[in-house]
Design a protein around this ligand. Structure first.
Ligand code: CA
Length: 221
């Protein structure tokens, strides 16, 4: 899952990027309002984490123009301000949830899952197509009776495919979903990840369409 983080505090941004990375998410981190605005326009993120106190364009202004433009990307406000007014403004302007700093990473992760789940209309943190099933909270994948905990990047890849069963993804589309901007990606990285997933869960869980890409079967149940 690819996340857009807009946060000007270097230490906080650093630790958040690392923690989210450990949880299998790739993070594009922008440090002020105008850069954040450009990144939002570029799109491709499953969720936006938005600090309210930002240089040049405030988080609330960013949020206002984003929702006005019809962008419905799930958005979580993170802020040092504990003023009730800011929180109410954020929610009224279309934030899906908010967290006041400091907070536990485990709470942030749970809220991210909840917000993304709500947007996708799932009741629980489970994605599956009848053949393979993943648990977004525990990072467990189950297929053919075997359950394994997948490493972050393998999990992110399988999640991307399972979000659209029956849809063919090209190499570039997969890379866009699991790597952040500017991240070094080996030309065979996707093949290596898929090879490893198949080894653990069975060859049939991911179908290869030669020269075109990969997909999971579209038997959503
Ligand atoms: Ca700030």
């Amino acid at each position: 899952m690819r996340i857009l983080l807009i946060e000007d505090d270097p230490m906080f941004g650093d630790s958040l990027t690392e923690a989210l990375g450990d949880a299998g998410m790739s993070v594009d981190w922008l440090r002020d309002g105008p850069d954040g605005e450009l990144a939002i326009a570029a799109g491709g993120h499953a969720l936006i984490l938005l600090d309210l106190g930002l240089p040049r364009i405030s988080g609330l202004d960013l949020l206002r123009s984003l929702r006005k433009s019809g962008n419905t990307t799930p958005l979580l406000v993170i802020t040092a301000r504990d003023g009730t007014a800011d929180r109410v403004d954020g929610l009224d302007l279309g934030a899906d949830d908010y967290l006041v700093k400091p907070f536990e990473i485990s709470e942030l992760l749970a809220r991210i899952r909840a917000v993304v789940r709500r947007q996708r209309g799932h009741a629980v943190s489970i994605l599956g197509n009848g053949q393979v099933q993943i648990d977004l909270a525990s990072h467990e994948a189950t297929a053919e009776g075997a359950t394994v905990v997948l490493p972050a990047r393998e999990f992110a890849l399988l999640q991307a495919l399972l979000e659209r069963p029956g849809t063919l993804f090209s190499r570039t589309q997969i890379e866009d979903r699991i790597y952040a901007w500017g991240e070094e990606v080996e030309s065979n990285a996707v093949d290596v990840l898929i090879h490893s997933i198949r080894k653990k869960l069975g060859k049939a869980v991911i179908r290869n369409v030669r020269g075109a890409g990969w997909m999971v079967e579209g038997r959503d149940r």
